[in-house]
Ligand binder design. Structure first.
Ligand SMILES: Nc1nc2c(ncn2[C@@H]2O[C@H](COP(=O)(O)OP(=O)(O)OP(=O)(O)O)[C@@H](O)[C@H]2O)c(=O)[nH]1
Ligand SMILES: [Mg+2]
Length: 413
């Protein structure tokens, strides 16, 4: 039996939980760990990897067996991509063993991390390590919000470029700026948890549609449809919108456009023509469906064909026992969203400003003129020169890469 066949058979377990696909989640770094924990709350198998023991301790819903310190167990990475990457390689065997044990029966693994972090920014390295074991991996990267520092932004840009060339079967990009806006009212303690819940809820909804007992299938969205779209490749985006009023080409078409470009969770800014494959599921009340002509559904299919200029479209139509109607969409094969180009612009600007500030600060650090003391210097003025730098200088990762150079390199890529 091939690994692929075994995973498909084991998907029976997911069905018993009311889900379509049996998905496991690995979190890298603090953001990744939080996302993995949010999935674990919904009974998804999960594992959290971090360079920092302290970050792992805060994941109270995960057992000790679901948390692993990587690297030499002494430091976090402090925002350094180089140290984060070293930690993954240092603990490579331990990671592979734990992942293969924990996810033996899953058919898809989400590998999540904050791309702006020194640890989470190495998502591609972890993806490649695990993909070598024929695990089907979808990378889930969180992009920094506007207000975050240039270091997080430059890390995220490097991490993105690595992900584009990685062995991930697809890339999901969470846009923290949108989450910050949507959950601005949350408290300091509940904020990230709410943001991560939003992601898990949206994914879990998608993963339940074809197996939801409250839905009566008129046209089935097959588990294979979801599996194939999720694993299609490129950037993937998904979401749902309520449909107010009649079901027709206009209401459904504008809900489709909103999911693609006004997504409140995932990074967006795509042309409809960029969509290569798409899944649409309409779940509407029995009453609404009873008054909807069959042509409305066909009109919507024709509209998507028109706006995407020929994307492959898999569809589902369900009757619900409730009053509300909703359109669910998952679109794949996309390029990087325009949000990433905006991030590059912000990072370029902010790195320049920071470089100037750093230079100016160095110029301002001057010795005091002590001649008024009228004493000879107690220490020769060249004392200390040639001595090895103190330990903290070696660990000052802020200087390890010149940020402005980083941004220029990414821009030139
Ligand atoms: N969506 C989401 N983003 C988060 C969360 N926690 C942190 N982030 C974002 O993730 C990015 C990186 O932060 P961390 O996850 O703290 O970094 P790390 O991967 O632990 O890396 P180091 O601490 O530098 O070793 C930043 O852009 C944060 O805004 C979270 O729970 N959810
Ligand atoms: Mg951290």
């Amino acid at each position: 039996m091939t690994d692929e066949t075994k995973r498909t058979i084991d998907a029976a377990y997911a069905l018993s939980l009311g889900r379509t696909l049996h998905v496991g989640v690995i979190g890298l770094g603090q953001c990744g760990g939080n996302i993995a924990e949010a999935f674990a709350r919904r009974e998804y198998p999960a594992l959290a990897l971090n360079t920092s023991q302290a970050d792992l301790r805060s994941l109270s819903h995960l057992s000790d067996g679901q948390k692993m310190v990587i690297g030499d167990e002494r430091f976090g990475s402090g925002g350094s991509l180089a140290l984060g990457g070293e930690a993954i390689r240092h603990s490579g065997e331990k990671i592979e063993e734990a992942v293969l044990r924990a996810f033996e029966d899953v058919e898809l693994v989400l590998v999540a991390g904050g791309l702006g972090g020194g640890t989470g920014g190495n998502l591609a390295e972890l993806v490649n390590m695990l993909a070598a074991h024929e695990l089907p991996i979808v990378a889930v990267g969180a992009l920094p919000g506007d207000g975050e520092g240039h270091r997080a932004k430059t890390n995220a840009l490097w991490a993105l470029n690595e992900l584009v060339e990685s062995d991930a079967e697809a890339i999901l990009l969470v846009d923290n700026e949108k989450l910050f806006e949507a959950h601005a009212g949350a408290t300091v303690t509940s904020f990230m948890r709410e943001c991560n819940e939003a992601l898990v809820t949206a994914f879990d909804q998608l993963n339940r549609i074809s197996n939801d007992e409250r839905l009566r299938s008129i046209r089935t969205f097959d588990p294979n449809d979801l599996r194939q779209i999720l694993r299609f490749g490129g950037v993937t985006i998904f979401g749902s919108r309520p449909i107010e009023g009649a079901l027709n080409r206009d209401t459904l078409g504008s809900a489709f456009a909103e999911i693609l470009n006004q997504n409140e969770l995932l990074a967006s800014g795509f042309e409809a023509t960029d969509v290569v494959t798409v899944g649409s599921v309409i779940a509407a009340s029995e009453r609404l469906l009873a008054g909807t002509p069959a042509s409305a559904f066909e009109d919507y299919i024709r509209e998507i064909k028109r706006v995407t200029q020929g994307a492959m479209h898999r569809t589902g139509l369900y009757a619900t026992d409730g009053k509300d109607s909703r359109l669910y969409v998952i679109a794949a094969g996309l390029p990087l969203p325009s949000r990433t180009r905006a991030l590059l612009g912000e990072a370029t600007e902010e790195s320049k400003t920071f470089g100037t500030k750093k230079q100016a600060a160095r110029g301002k650090l001057k010795k005091l003129d002590l001649s008024a003391l009228g004493m000879p210097a107690p220490v020769p003025s060249d004392a200390g020169k040639g001595a090895p730098p103190p330990a903290h200088v070696e660990l000052d990762v802020a200087d390890e890469v010149d940020d402005a150079d980083v941004v220029e390199a990414v821009a030139a890529d």
